[in-house]
Design a binder for this molecule. Structure first.
Ligand code: NAI
Ligand code: MG
Length: 795
């Protein structure tokens, strides 16, 4: 026997990590845990406990409290009480607490790692080397933001009491992603761990006690989905942060609609892993291992769709099968195990059913020759080839160690396949050609892109989804906005006193815009149409709607747009989107300046029309609208991203991208100024629009058609549909091809828009129908979503 043969045939001996310290910790609590509320432990009002199981051997580890609505309510009260002082605690003091939490996590890192592995089934190698170090890193990083908040987020304050609901796949890491930024920004929290994996959160509660964190700042209420629902619905909560399934995300979106609660959702994914024919295939194979067999594939951003360029597909599959044959599935506490246990039998069944479906739908299944342990919850690494892009296993999140492979021929086809999903969480791109990789990175619709790498995480980089993968970011500076609000949330825009005199002084010039006051001929009747795809279009309904002035006098008519007109406008906006998105910031600015210029040329006409509609100072508003267009133009080439300082040899590019096709339902207050401000900013950031003007004062928007036509605004970029606001809003909010809706209107309408948006998880931003507009920083943030592109380097 040669040495090589020996090395290849030598079996692994067991290298187990001892479970004892974690089991002793459980034993010290007599195997039963209460709720952590207001700094104290107590039994649940339900008097119900449930078992947390070790999925590797199906044995119960401990009894955990089922928190009921009363417990949730008490926890919210405790958090509210604590907020009164914690919200005003100086940043430096909060920084000290977060620093202490980080230190404590490090000091007890082995206990945390073993406990996590026991409760979840993930390999000790991962909890020890990935989960727990990242948890500590998150608290350190956010200690820094607590320290810097006053200067770097001046004018912002904490949101208040935050309800946080986390999943079972990264129990302590998700806790850290939620609690660290919340506390750093001065909020207090009620956190509900997942029912499969509550134990490390309970150990974390103990370290909160150890560091002397004021009572009520962190409350941990264990329980199942009912406990989560009670937290979501509680009136005393100012914000909900959720990570979990898209299905539950939708329930939460609907449950919080109209409540005014801030909401961030981090949901499912079906992320593409793209391999081009010039990729380093051996590295790509290791990438696949980390993409889909890390954490048993129970990763929201798992690279679960392998898209390979045709010419190298068979070669890559061959290498992959050889690698899979050598992966080791088994006891998660064994330090030489690659893949541990699936979290619970129900999850195992889900995987088995979806794999069965894949076989039935005609994909080719491959699994290694060896068998997984019979006892416990195990599933082998699985590769499907010959997968049809529309099939179930190509579209549905399996959340297990199952990879679905497909091929493509050209980069264009690769992008199309990559985006052929409702999700948009992450993507991994493999090519030795950096030009190609970055070009594809800009086109894939996902919140995180890894180039020649995968599943890299760090507190300094934001993480979060596009489309049905949710909204909001966790990590990086971009993640902080989820946990703050403007101290004065709506900024007044003052009238310019000069403009009044200018309007008066130039009345003579203005008169030239008046129709002849007395004429032998009857005036020519004029009804504004809709503006769709760069053309004036008759409303489908064939109806018009009267517009009245402040004294009730009839001043004009507008078309009554309907569902069909909205659909046409959305189609036009979708058609224009790619072109507009790719237009350089400089050129977008030029067009917005030109729009301002052409508005200025007709200032008196617009001023008079505004005065007829609202009775307010028309010229002041026209001037402010021109200024708003200048501001939007100014931002078009200045709203930069950043390069995050992540701790590997790497640049992480945080790039603000447009959201897509946006519905914009304008407020009644200062109809022209609001339109110019909101639409200007949205366009400057690269979105295309379907605008519904103020229903009370729509004529300034319809007058804009001719300005738009003469300002080089590309057809389809800016569409206008007049009509009943809430009817049109509903169509927009329900429309599957609309990515965001901004709605200014009454409370009932705001609730309706938020509820309807849950269908495709579109982003919504709702405002009252009147009152001053929010500041430009907030508008620009709402008009964009951050994509983080990780580009490692090293020869
Ligand atoms: P889930 O979404 O039901 O659970 C996540 C958390 O939400 C848990 O803490 C749960 O107790 C809570 N929850 C459940 N119903 C709730 C409600 N009505 N209101 C408020 N909170 C509620 O996920 P589950 O059932 O554990 O897993 C099902 C599937 O979801 C998985 O197979 C996977 O596809 C996906 N998933 C995705 C995750 C991600 O990180 N994107 C994490 C976990 C699961
Ligand atoms: Mg468990």
């Amino acid at each position: 026997m040669t040495v090589t043969e020996l090395l290849e045939t030598l079996p692994y001996g067991p290298a187990p990590e001892a479970a004892k310290p974690a089991l002793e910790w459980i034993e010290a609590h007599k195997g039963r845990f209460g709720l952590f509320i207001g700094g104290k432990w107590r039994d649940p009002s339900t008097q119900e406990w449930f078992a947390s199981i070790n999925p590797a051997n199906a044995k119960p580890l401990a009894e955990v409290a089922q928190g009921g609505p009363e417990d949730v309510s008490d926890a919210v009260k405790a958090a509210r009480k604590a907020f009164a002082s914690w919200g005003k605690t100086p940043g430096h003091v909060r920084a000290r607490y977060l620093y202490a939490l980080a230190r404590q996590v490090q000091k007890h890192s082995r206990l945390f790692a073993v406990l996590e592995t026991l409760d979840n089934g993930k390999p000790i190698r991962e909890t020890r080397d990935i989960d727990i170090p990242l948890v500590a890193r998150h608290f350190y990083y956010h200690a820094g933001w607590a320290q810097l908040m006053e200067g770097e987020l001046s004018g912002y304050e904490p949101v208040g009491v935050v309800g946080q609901i986390i999943p079972w796949n990264f129990p302590l890491l998700m806790l850290a992603w939620k609690i660290a930024p919340a506390l750093a920004m001065g909020n207090t929290v009620v956190l509900k761990p997942a029912e499969f994996t509550p134990l490390t959160a309970l150990l974390f509660a103990e370290i909160c006690q150890n560091v002397g964190l004021p009572a009520g700042v962190v409350n941990i209420v264990t329980g199942d989905g009912r406990t989560g629902a009670a937290l979501v619905e509680h009136e005393g909560v100012d914000k909900i942060a959720f990570t979990g399934s898209t299905e539950v995300g939708r329930i939460i979106r609907r449950a919080t609609a109209g409540s005014g609660k801030k909401l961030s959702l981090e949901l499912g994914g079906k992320s593409p892993f793209l391999v081009f024919d010039d990729a380093d295939l051996d590295s790509a194979v290791e990438g696949v291992v980390d993409a889909i067999w890390f954490n048993q594939g129970q990763v929201c951003c798992a690279g679960s769709r392998l898209l390979v360029q045709e010419g190298v597909a068979e070669k890559l599959y061959g290498k992959l099968r050889a690698r899979m044959e050598r992966l080791r599935v088994g006891d998660p506490l064994d330090k030489a195990v690659d893949i541990g246990a699936i979290v619970a039998p129900v999850q195992l069944q889900k995987i088995q059913q979806l794999v069965q479906k894949g076989v039935e739908e005609g994909a080719e299944l491959w699994q290694p020759s060896w068998a997984v342990p019979a006892e416990g919850c195990f599933y082998p690494p699985t590769l499907f080839t010959n997968v049809a892009p529309a099939s179930t296993i190509a579209q549905e999140e399996i959340f297990g160690p199952v990879l679905a492979a497909m091929t493509f021929r050209t980069p264009e086809e690769a992008v199309r396949l990559a985006n052929n999903t409702r999700y948009g969480l992450a993507a991994s791109i493999w090519s030795e050609d950096i030009n190609l990789a970055l070009d594809v990175a800009t086109q894939v619709k996902a919140g995180t892109i890894w180039i020649n790498s995968t599943n890299l995480f760090d507190a300094a980089s934001g993480f979060g989804g596009y489309r049905e993968s949710g909204f909001g970011r966790e990590g990086g500076k971009e993640g902080l906005w989820e946990y703050v609000k403007k101290a004065e949330s709506r900024l007044p825009i003052a009238d310019s006193p000069k403009s009044k005199s200018r309007a008066k002084a130039k009345t003579a010039e203005a008169i030239s815009y008046e129709p002849p006051a007395v004429s032998a001929l009857p005036p020519i009747d004029r009804t504004a149409k809709l503006f769709i795809g760069g053309k004036q279009a008759r409303p489908d309904s064939g109806y018009s709607k009267a517009v009245y002035g402040p004294q009730g006098q009839l001043i004009g008519e507008v078309g009554l747009g309907n569902r069909k007109d909205v659909r046409n406008a959305v189609e036009a906006a979708r058609g224009a989107f790619e072109g507009w998105r790719r237009t350089t910031g400089h050129n977008k600015a030029q067009i917005l300046y030109f729009l301002a210029e052409n508005l200025e040329a007709r200032a008196f006409e617009f001023a008079r029309r505004l005065e007829l509609q609202t009775g307010a100072d028309g010229m002041a508003e026209v001037e402010a609208a021109i200024q708003a267009l200048f501001t939007a133009a100014a931002w078009a080439d200045k709203y930069d991203g950043v390069v995050h300082n992540t701790p590997i040899r790497n640049v992480t590019l945080a790039v603000p991208e447009p959201i897509g096709v946006m519905g914009l339902l304008c407020p009644d207050d200062r109809p022209l100024l609001a339109l110019a401000t909101l639409a200007g900013a949205a366009l400057a950031m690269g979105n295309t629009l379907v605008v519904v003007p103020s229903p009370a004062h729509p004529l300034s928007a319809t007058d804009l058609y001719q300005v738009l036509e003469t300002s080089d605004v590309p057809a389809g970029t800016f569409n206008i549909v007049t009509g009943e606001r809430d009817e049109l809003a509903k169509t927009l909010a329900e429309h599957d091809d609309v990515d965001a809706v901004w709605y200014a209107g009454p409370q009932a309408g705001r609730a309706m828009v938020e509820k309807a948006s849950a269908l495709n998880m579109k982003r919504t931003w709702t405002l009252p129908e009147s009152g001053p507009l929010p500041g430009m920083d907030e508008i620009l943030r709402q008009a964009t979503q951050v994509k983080n592109i990780w580009v490692p380097y090293g020869a």
